[in-house]
Design a binder for this molecule. Structure first.
Ligand code: PMT
Length: 219
């Protein structure tokens, strides 16, 4: 997929999980592999855009001619995303950002003690990256994802509105063979007054279709 319209455009894409440290050796994270976001970066670059990919910790090669910024935590991703999104045409938030981080990261490895059968870790809310991008004065065309296990349409539409997005790509992450850490995905994409289905296929094909859809919606 190639589109002359994208030449000179800057697309910023987040991908992968974030990692929220507990102590020097432990963290909280999720099963995102980064495949969906990296496929989008490759598809947007091949379509003609200049692409910056802000990646959480993943084991994937950088797509050709894509500028990659590596981060670990949601706060680090937030900082880089706002910097690059400020002069972007399109921002796609495919990263599975941790909603909460550890309130006090321990300086040293937390020790197991004989008397404690339970322990508690206090969490505090992370900034919402895509919602903050959508509040920029130079707001790019902003695309979110919605990873849901139930009430997919309702939750996706709620996120579209609440986060002030232009488009949201919903995926069912309860069905096996798609979503997190799989080679395939299927999306239902919503704008305020439209709905588009992208059928189950390899993430690289799904990414090409989503990039084409975004390019079309940009008109
Ligand atoms: O990486 P893969 O293994 O290929 O899997 C792909 C995927 C399932 C991770 C991907 O398709 C996907 O759904 N990504 C979004 C995951 C997610 O965090 O969804 P959410 O419904 O919790 O968040 C909604 C939106 O807000 C997302 O665009 C998310 O990037 C964004 N968000 C969430 C929290 C936060 N603090 N900041 C954010 O920007």
């Amino acid at each position: 997929y190639q589109n002359d319209k994208l030449s000179g455009q800057h697309w910023v894409i987040t991908a992968g999980p974030t990692r929220e440290a507990i102590d020097p050796v432990r963290y909280i994270s999720n099963h995102s592999s980064g495949k969906m976001g990296f496929s989008l970066a490759q598809a947007a670059q091949q379509a003609g855009a200049n692409v910056t990919l802000i990646a959480g910790p993943v084991h994937l090669n950088t797509p050709q001619s894509v500028k990659r910024i590596d981060v670990e935590s949601a706060e680090q991703m937030h900082k880089q995303a706002l910097t690059y999104a400020n002069e972007a045409t399109v921002f796609i938030s495919c990263a599975a950002v941790a909603d909460y981080r550890v309130a006090q990261i321990a300086d040293h490895k937390i020790k197991k003690t004989d008397d404690n059968q339970e322990m508690q870790i206090k969490l505090v809310k992370n900034p919402d990256i895509v919602a903050d991008v959508a509040q920029l004065t130079n707001k790019p065309y902003t695309v979110g994802f919605a990873a849901e296990t139930q009430n997919i349409e309702q939750y996706a539409l709620d996120k579209l509105k609440r986060k002030n997005l232009d488009l949201i790509a919903a995926n069912n992450v309860a069905t096996s063979g798609q979503g997190f850490n799989s080679d395939n995905n299927a999306l239902t994409v919503y704008s305020t007054n439209n709905k588009f289905d992208i059928d189950l296929a390899d993430k690289s094909l799904v990414a090409q279709q989503l990039v084409a859809l975004i390019a079309e919606q940009l008109d």
